[in-house]
Design a protein around this ligand. Structure first.
Ligand code: DGT
Ligand code: CA
Ligand code: CA
Ligand code: ZN
Length: 594
């Protein structure tokens, strides 16, 4: 296991503090861990450097014992003390901490006084009214705990797309290699590229279904088998993700694949189209029949989903669009868009370096992104209002511009055509932007983002619109501010914001971080109709985040976007021109804008 960075170390230290409090350890010790976590979090230089140079003792409040633990975490990524501590506490107590409103003190009291050691035991105790009677709890707290348990349960049954795709791909691969498997695909919401997934649906064709089922339930990474029949099975994958498998004959395959891909709403319209043509459509076929049947003699011959759509008078509908949001009219009128491919993306326009809260230096980023085949990569570190992310003062912005020019000169000398772009993710603050216009004008790429929302929708909307109206801002970053399955979107009228972007020629980011995927795909058709262009951005903080482009492009497809709608499919020269459009060509380093 590789070593941990400062955020990871801070998270472990603060968890140790919580676990110690659960155990009833002395408050000074508990506080020492919480304080150390906070001190590490707010470090402005890499923790690795401090460890390598034996300078941990220079951080106030970190004694010898803590220094040793931090060193272990940074160098090995492990800490035996932490593992043992975790093992010594019932898992249920830690799970109870996840319920909003329950801290270590309350959990410890519930455990000590009621013997409650799991979320379900706690739920029972609340329903029986035993919690309200405890000192320091009361009716209101008891009701809040019950509400919190329901909220958690709702979220816990859905998973982010990026959590689900790797294990499902591995399983699909394994299934495809099995000799009894003819065809195999992942269907359901995963194939439709939904941002949050209930369960995974596999469809397989085979002549020997029992063999396929037998092999499926024995795959590595399967935690338990919930149900097992002759042609279907349901299992739980690692991470608690449910997966369903359906085995059909190869003649039935295209129909089963379409059926289990959904969506349900799309299927309903498709089935009605069949009925209108005197046919019957179900998961086993499209039949020349006026009533429900599975009779192979009546089946319309289709080898693929393309054949099926054609048989119903439709162009092939890509799975991402199967949501009954206008795809039928477009498929019938042959006006479906040619959706953007993730390989068309040439770089990302919102990324961080170690000048703010990113992990790598400018040189490292340039080397890696050039190596990955990108043409450009904008460095848009945080502005000063994001002090917790080490946001840059104007003086540091100037120094960073010089540093980026130097990196680019070196690249040019070595014959590379890759370029870093100067930029900033400027905070949208109460009365405007965190940097003056003169400073923004010196940057090639300006992303404006709201990080600290106001409480009213009108005020947030006003702030975002004002940012769009700034002539130096080319795009708005993660406009809704949501964190999937974690934090609700800000209260903001996004349609009004989109209108303002259309009026001012401002682009909107599709933040490709799988926790965000923001602007949401449901709003992109509206934005696109208004002529608003999209930038699919990694918001990268480390090299690995470059892969987010894949999630971003999938969501852009789901939002009906084509290559022309996405600015970072442009080659560098054209991108520079596009960056100057709103500014009357005034972009530093823009040959056309002089
Ligand atoms: P999920 O799992 O909640 O993320 O969403 P899906 O779409 O994967 O839903 P799931 O797993 O319940 O079912 C897979 C597909 O099977 C679904 O998209 C459409 C089809 N399906 C399931 N139940 C029905 C139904 O009652 N009627 C129709 N027409 N199709 C259904
Ligand atoms: Ca599903
Ligand atoms: Ca399912
Ligand atoms: Zn950012």
């Amino acid at each position: 296991m590789p070593g941990m960075d400062k955020d990871q170390v801070a998270a472990v230290l603060s968890e140790i503090g919580v676990l110690l409090e659960l155990k009833g350890e002395n408050p000074f010790k508990v506080r020492a861990y919480a304080n150390a976590a906070r001190a590490i979090e707010s470090l402005t230089e890499p923790l690795e450097t401090l460890v390598a140079e034996a300078r941990l003792s220079s951080i106030p409040g970190i004694g010898d014992a803590l220094q040793e633990k931090i060193t272990q975490l940074v160098t090995t990524g492990r800490l035996a003390y932490y593992d043992e501590l975790k093992a010594s506490i019932p898992e249920g107590l830690v799970a109870m901490l996840q319920i909003p409103g329950l801290g270590p003190k309350k959990v410890k009291a519930l455990h000590g006084l009621l013997g409650v050691d799991s979320v379900s035991a706690l739920e029972t105790a609340c329903r029986e009214g035993r919690v309200a009677g405890l000192a320091g709890f009361g009716e209101k707290t008891q009701a809040r705990i019950l509400e919190g348990i329901q909220f958690r349960r709702q979220y816990a049954t859905r998973h982010r797309l990026d959590e689900v795709v790797p294990p499902s791909e591995a399983l699909r691969q394994a299934l495809r290699e099995h000799p009894a498997v003819i065809r195999c695909d992942v269907a359901g919401s995963v194939r439709r590229f939904k941002e949050a997934i209930g369960d995974v649906d596999f469809v397989v064709s085979s002549r020997r279904p029992e063999e396929v089922i037998g092999a499926f339930v024995q795959q590595p990474g399967i935690q338990s088998v919930i149900a097992r029949g002759e042609t279907k099975a349901s299992v739980i994958l690692e991470g608690g993700i449910q997966a369903d498998l359906r085995v059909v004959t190869d003649e039935e395959y295209p129909f089963a694949l379409a059926y289990f891909t959904g969506s349900k709403e799309h299927n309903i319209v498709l089935r009605q189209r069949a009925i209108d043509r005197g046919l019957r459509l179900n998961e086993y076929g499209l039949f020349r029949s006026a009533e429900e049947t599975r009779d192979p003699a009546l089946r319309v011959n289709c080898r693929t989903e393309e054949d099926l759509y054609a048989a119903l008078g439709l162009a092939y509908v890509p799975p991402e669009l199967r949501e009954d949001r206008g795809e039928f009219a477009a498929a019938e009128g042959r006006t479906l868009p040619k959706l953007v491919e993730w390989t068309a993306l040439r770089g990302s326009l919102h990324n961080h370096s170690d000048w703010s809260d990113g992990r790598h230096s400018l040189e490292e980023i340039a080397a890696r992104m050039a190596d990955l085949g990108c043409d450009y990569w904008a460095i848009t570190d945080h502005s000063r209002a994001s002090f917790q992310a080490n946001g840059l003062t104007p003086a540091r912005v100037h120094r960073q511009i010089a540093a980026i020019r130097k990196v680019n000169e070196t690249l040019a000398q070595s014959g590379s055509e890759f370029r870093l772009l100067t930029g900033a993710e400027v905070d949208i603050v109460k009365d405007g932007l965190d940097y003056p216009d003169e400073l923004l004008a010196e940057l090639e790429v300006v992303v404006a983002s709201l990080h600290v929302p106001a409480s009213s929708e009108a005020e947030n909307t006003r702030r975002l619109i004002r940012a769009a109206e700034n002539p130096w801002v080319q795009m708005l970053g993660h406009p809704s501010g949501r964190l999937l399955l974690r934090r609700e979107a800000y209260k903001v009228d996004l349609r009004a914001v989109i209108d303002a972007c259309a009026a001012t020629g401002t682009w909107i980011e599709l933040n490709a971080n799988p926790y965000r995927l923001d602007l949401d795909w449901r709003l992109w058709p509206y934005a696109r109709d208004k002529g608003v262009r999209c930038a699919i951005n990694c918001d990268a903080h480390r090299h690995e985040d470059a892969r987010y482009l894949y999630w971003g492009a999938g969501i852009a497809r789901k939002g009906w976007l084509t290559r022309e709608d996405v600015v970072n499919t442009l080659p560098l020269g054209q991108l520079r021109q596009a960056l100057g459009l709103k500014r009357g060509g005034r972009v530093p380093g823009n040959p056309a804008g002089a």
